[in-house]
Design a binder for this molecule. Structure first.
Ligand code: GLY
Length: 377
């Protein structure tokens, strides 16, 4: 399989800065070739999901990755952390930072994040503040992180008051998305990642959504070429958006479709695995569509199509699918205050005019929201 490369080009300090996202099969064992330009003769810290030190099959891929990196670098130190959202906090961040400093790093040193979205977010944030900023490379190992969180430079941790409330924008210098590693992912994680894939079709690309409706079964069978198309397409859509609006002053917020609901839902679960991010995103997107059709922004038939693809992908589509979380309308609306799109207590949601056309709706009427959530619960 040919390697696909998507380039993300951004303006930084009045200069153009660009980084590649490599998408292909078995890339990790030849990472030294792909990353040579960035890591040769450098000290490397790999912050990785401890999952890779405990599973024998995956261990092999990870070991080979580390071996290939060692070929061309001065030193490689490993820091293992747990990949769940419960790890994504200031205490764990401090541990990572102190440990990294103990390896006597300098500003030439580089961090590699090897794992899912939580690992990329916390390792990227550590890189952004260590010695006032060092470079990092993302090696996303879940579908969700390959299509979304590894690209675009959002890094950070959760606060007790909400998800991703502490963080920075810090772009990676390269991203490697290896399709092969997805095959060892738990089925639940893979399906959850598919929610973010569907999101891209819904935001901006109806024909991609139509194609996903036809091909989702082959994608769930890990058809290599179809998976490569999925990851490449999502990363290209994301790259196009962030090249225009890196810091989310405008249209980057479209990537947040379903996320205001999702972040609130996840925080009810205390990040203990009852509901994982992609599952909350699936419910959040369905809610955004139901809200859009309730208030006549989009057709009921589009909303039905959206709910259908999530159902067929065995993802939850409604708050009723997660009765254990004891969510009430008022506590949910309370959480929206901490959404990063909220200004002066005015709520902003991403809604849809139709499949493939999302829009930013400022100043959403709270009474309408309350009425809507009452019906949903
Ligand atoms: N995951 C949404 C964004 O990167 O903006």
């Amino acid at each position: 399989m040919k390697i696909e490369t998507i380039n993300v080009s951004l303006k930084k300090d009045l200069e153009l800065f660009s980084y590649p996202i490599f998408v292909g099969n078995n890339l990790l064992t030849r990472a030294d070739n792909l990353l040579n330009k960035y890591i040769k003769n450098k000290k490397i810290i790999i912050i990785h999901d401890c999952f890779f030190s405990s599973k024998p099959v995956l261990d092999e891929t990870f070991k080979e990755f580390v071996k290939s990196i060692k070929e061309i670098t001065i030193s490689v130190n490993l820091i293992a952390i747990s990949g769940g959202d419960q790890t994504k906090n200031m205490i764990e961040l401090t541990n990572i930072i102190e440990k990294t400093l103990s390896y006597e790093i300098d500003r030439e040193c580089l961090i590699i994040a090897f794992g899912g979205g939580v690992i990329g977010d916390i390792a990227g944030f550590a890189a952004s503040i260590l010695l006032r900023g060092i470079k990092f490379i993302n090696v996303p190992t879940t579908l969700l992180s390959q299509v979304d969180s590894s690209v675009g430079g959002k890094t950070g941790v959760n606060s007790k008051l909400g998800k991703n409330l502490i963080g920075s924008f810090h772009q990676p210098v390269a991203v490697i998305a290896d399709i092969n590693i997805l095959k060892s992912l738990p089925d639940r994680e893979f399906r959850a990642g598919f929610a973010e894939v569907i999101k891209y079709g819904l935001i901006k690309d109806k024909s991609f959504f139509n194609w996903l409706e036809l091909e989702f079964e082959n994608i769930f069978k890990y058809d290599d070429l179809k998976l490569q198309k999925v990851i490449t397409k999502c990363c290209q859509i994301k790259a196009d958006i962030i090249q225009e609006d890196e810091k989310e002053y405008g249209n980057r917020a479209l990537l947040n479709l379903g996320h205001t609901f999702a972040h609130a839902i996840e925080s009810f679960g205390n990040y203990d695995g009852k509901i994982i991010h992609g599952e909350a995103v699936a419910i959040g997107i369905c809610m955004a569509f139901k809200f859009s059709s309730k208030y006549s922004f989009c057709s009921r038939s589009d909303t039905e199509r959206v709910i259908n693809i999530f159902k067929k992908s065995k993802l939850p589509t409604s708050l009723k699918d997660i009765p254990d979380l004891s969510i009430t309308t008022l506590t949910m609306v309370e959480k929206f205050k901490y959404d990063k799109k909220t200004r002066n207590n005015k709520l902003t949601f991403i809604l849809n005019h139709q499949i493939g056309e999302a829009f930013i709706k400022h100043d959403v009427n709270v009474n309408e929201l309350i009425e809507f959530i009452n019906e949903e619960i």
